[in-house]
Design a binder for this molecule. Structure first.
Ligand code: SF4
Length: 404
């Protein structure tokens, strides 16, 4: 695969934490469902990542993987439009992790902001392990193994993509310098024909002298169109624009996803650890019960007291689920004490239940037929391994391990 095509490739994973909730649905899965129609998507279950913090009790991992994959499918992640697989079933992740560990300075891992944060947060666990320190590198290997050009992340995860970029740059710098690189690149330019060669040179100059990302984009598109050059030449020219060597592992870009607006039942971020969540496939009665017992504006003690929606977590959910007319009804009714809180919650319950209906239906289909889920994962694994093997072949070759 050419590194230029990596711009169309997306990689994203989730740790298996068991059944997902509506925060995951609105924050991640709806986005995946959209992305799968726009890009070539690889979605994986990060079970090795789960072990970096759960190494002392892996008993729940298998069930969590199952529940999570059924949730993905229920949410509309489509095996016909994306590749779904389990990380540990593609051992190439481990090999690339090992190879990249040879060139990764310790300081790069230690300075990742989430490293110290997580150690603080999970203080009851001994996380002074080799695996935990290396998990951002494992993430980098996950991304680079597929030469994914884009990684959907929230703002707090950008540093992980950044370290992946640094590792890719370092790798390409060390191993992409083949003997006679410049001569080979110059010869490849000539192969594109006079007009394209001239355009390529001017874009390269613009990028190198002015740092124009627009020039970089146009040059990439130009290379993608070329029929007369080999894959190797294309990768050389791709690296040559930036003044480096051959690009073996392209640098990924973060694809910033807006933070989920889905609040938890108490108004904080929806999370299993806060026990303030509604499950993605929770049944109707339980959803109704949870919403009915939600805290409201603490100032609104009696039905006749006017309230303030901005101080009420129910309003936060209305903003996700309700149309304009309902939102206006909530705001007016709350502030004028024209509606009671239970009344206010009723359309919300209905909207949540309505949204969940197709999810329940799809999930049932898969739960009734577990073999179908296994075959989706099996197919995903094969497809992922094909892509992973292509990358590793080049990586091994570049690192002097290309034995026959
Ligand atoms: S009326 Fe609605 S928005 Fe106002 S306090 Fe009650 S539940 Fe919250």
């Amino acid at each position: 695969m050419s590194s230029v095509d990596s711009q169309q490739r997306i990689l994203s994973g989730m740790r298996p934490t068991g059944k997902l909730h509506l925060g995951h649905y609105h924050g991640v899965l709806k986005n995946w469902v959209k992305l799968q129609h726009e890009f070539e998507c690889f979605f994986f279950v990060a079970d090795w990542h789960a072990l970096t913090t759960q190494y002392d009790d892996p008993s729940g991992i298998e069930q969590s993987v199952w529940d999570m994959v059924v949730d993905w499918l229920a949410a509309g992640v489509n095996p016909g439009s994306s590749t779904m697989f389990i990380q540990s079933q593609v051992p190439e992740h481990a090999e690339l992790h090992l190879l990249l560990s040879m060139i990764t300075p310790l300081g790069w891992l230690e300075r990742i902001p989430t490293y110290k944060d997580q150690q603080e947060k999970l203080r009851e666990k001994d996380l002074a392990t080799y695996g935990f320190l290396g998990y951002p590198l494992l993430q980098s290997a996950d991304i680079l193994l597929y030469r994914a050009g884009k990684v959907p992340v929230g703002a707090d995860q950008v540093s992980h993509v950044e370290i992946t970029r640094e590792i890719a740059r370092r790798f390409n710098h060390i191993y992409g310098r083949e003997p006679g690189f410049e001569d080979l690149a110059e010869a490849a330019i000539v192969k594109m024909g006079k007009k394209n060669a001239k355009l390529y040179r001017s874009l390269k100059k613009r990028y190198q002298e002015e740092g124009s990302t627009e020039a970089l984009e146009i040059a990439r598109a130009l290379l993608k169109e070329q029929q007369n050059i080999s894959l190797g030449d294309r990768e050389r020219l791709y690296g040559y624009i930036e003044g480096g060597g051959k690009v073996i592992l392209p640098e990924p870009q973060p694809l910033l996803t807006p933070e989920s607006k889905m609040p938890g039942l108490d108004g904080q971020k929806m999370s299993k650890s806060y026990n303030n969540y509604i499950g993605l496939r929770e049944d109707r009665d339980s959803v109704a019960q949870k919403v009915r017992t939600m805290q409201t504006d603490p100032q609104r003690v009696r039905r006749t007291d006017p309230g303030e929606p901005e101080k009420c977590p129910v309003w936060g959910m209305h903003k996700v689920y309700s149309d304009e007319a309902t939102c206006a009804w909530v705001q007016d009714g709350c502030r004028s004490a024209g509606i009671g809180c239970l009344e206010c919650k009723t359309p919300l319950i209905e909207a949540i239940v309505e949204e969940q209906k197709p999810l329940h239906e799809r999930a049932k289909e898969y739960e009734d037929n577990p073999d179908l889920v296994y075959s989706i994962l099996q197919e995903g694994r094969e497809h992922a391994r094909d892509a992973a093997r292509d990358t590793l072949e080049e990586v091994r070759e570049a690192m002097g391990l290309g034995y026959r």
